[in-house]
Design a binder for this molecule. Structure first.
Ligand SMILES: [Zn+2]
Ligand SMILES: [Zn+2]
Length: 188
């Protein structure tokens, strides 16, 4: 690697007694600076070996636990965010529904009290016929149905995607579909 070149000067100290040329960088060095130059190269080689060893370690770890890769972490993150979004939406819907149900129950209760009064009245007056009985029966059925299944509250599911779908894509054009969620919403 080092060859004698009498005419040239050392590129570090400019002395020209006996110089050696490094074929790697084409620079001339005296013996002392050639030694230092070689030491620098050795340190650089050590750094490369160090990087190499670290990478080897990474391969071993990745083989032992492939689920640690950054791609898997992207999927995990998507999963976490999506679940959070769903839970948050469900929670909002439950809160809205609770309020609406409360209003609905109050409404039914008012109608029920009114019906009770009228029932009491006709019983006390002792004046009723089949038409009254049918009328009361119908009203009671209506109130019961309204209470069990409020007609002004329903749950709607949107057709558009709420959670963005993800896939795994390879350069071979192969992809595996993952999950797909739809939005749930309360219709007021
Ligand atoms: Zn060199
Ligand atoms: Zn020198």
């Amino acid at each position: 690697m080092a060859t004698a070149n009498i005419r040239a000067q050392c590129s570090i100290c400019n002395k020209g007694n006996t110089t050696y040329i490094c074929r790697g960088c084409s620079k001339d060095f005296c013996f002392q600076h050639l030694t230092e130059h070689r030491q620098i190269l050795h340190r650089q080689l050590d750094e490369i070996i160090n990087d190499h060893d670290q990478f080897q370690q990474t391969i071993i770890e990745q083989k032992q636990n492939p689920l640690n890769s950054s791609l898997v972490q992207q999927i995990n993150q998507w999963e976490k965010n999506s679940i959070h979004q769903i839970q948050q939406t469900a929670e909002e819907c439950r809160k809205t529904l609770m309020k609406l149900m409360q209003n609905s129950i109050n409404d039914v209760e008012k109608k029920f009290i009114e019906l009770s009064k009228k029932l009491k009245e006709i019983r006390e007056e002792n004046e009723f016929n089949e038409i009254d009985l049918n009328d009361f029966q119908l009203k009671l059925t209506q109130i019961t149905e309204e209470f069990l299944q409020p007609s002004n509250i329903s749950i709607r599911q949107d057709s558009q995607e709420f959670i963005k779908k993800i896939s795994v894509i390879s350069s071979f054009g192969m992809f595996i579909q993952l999950f797909h969620f739809e939005k749930k919403e309360i219709e007021v």
